[in-house]
Design a protein around this ligand. Structure first.
Ligand code: SF4
Ligand code: URA
Length: 195
């Protein structure tokens, strides 16, 4: 089975999933969007209001910030893959719980296995914590490690992990937007050096 078929199957499973209580509360599950051959995968936290309405990741205000950051380094949404650790919206946009992350993260694991990205960018501390632990690193405060690279070795080759602040944080704390811009510049270098 090719990537396309594997991903489509997985998306159908996510859309019908009731493995945690968020399944009862959602309008639409948000599996993720972008290229199944993406070299770079962005992993946010969980869908918000607009994502739940549309079934697509990062289509609200945080998504606009992400679009600008991508555009500034010449990347389009179509060539990267964007998803979240938790695929259904938590009520009132609260943080996802440990149980929800535990129930939902196997979908993200599978997406990583199918897409086989070269670079994973966790956005925000929940995603950073999950991805770093998954690849055997100890998470540290995001203020300390954003923009740093961690090299993981997997069965399908090397993956570079580069945690960043969540784009929504930049909406509340404008200085973080500057940090994000700088980190995206570093990301551009990492992608280039990997060719
Ligand atoms: Fe299933 Fe994840 Fe949605 Fe929970 S959040 S119902 S585990 S898809
Ligand atoms: N915030 C996230 O973490 N993910 C989205 O898809 C939208 C906002």
């Amino acid at each position: 089975m090719g990537k396309e078929e594997l991903m489509k199957r997985l998306e159908r499973r996510i859309k019908g999933c009731q493995k945690c209580p968020l399944g009862q509360l959602r309008t639409n599950a948000v599996p993720g969007a972008g290229s199944y051959d993406a070299e770079v995968m962005f992993v946010g936290e969980a869908p918000g209001y607009w994502e739940d309405q549309k079934g697509l990741p990062f289509v609200g205000r945080a998504g606009k910030v992400l679009d600008e950051l991508l555009g500034a380094i010449g990347l389009s949404r179509e060539e990267v893959y964007i998803t979240n650790i938790v695929k259904c919206r938590p009520p009132e946009n609260r943080d996802p719980t440990e149980d929800e992350i535990k129930a939902c993260s196997p979908y993200l694991d599978r997406q990583i296995d199918i897409i086989r990205p070269k670079v994973i960018v966790p956005l925000g501390r929940y995603s950073m914590g999950y991805i770093l632990r998954k690849f055997g690193f100890e998470p540290e405060p995001i203020s300390k490690i954003h923009g740093k690279t961690f090299e993981a070795h997997t069965l399908f080759g090397k993956i570079v992990i580069m945690p960043m602040y969540h784009p929504a944080a930049a909406l509340y704390k404008p200085p973080l937007r500057e940090e994000l811009k700088k980190d995206f510049e570093k990301l551009k270098e990492v992608i280039k050096s990997d060719k």
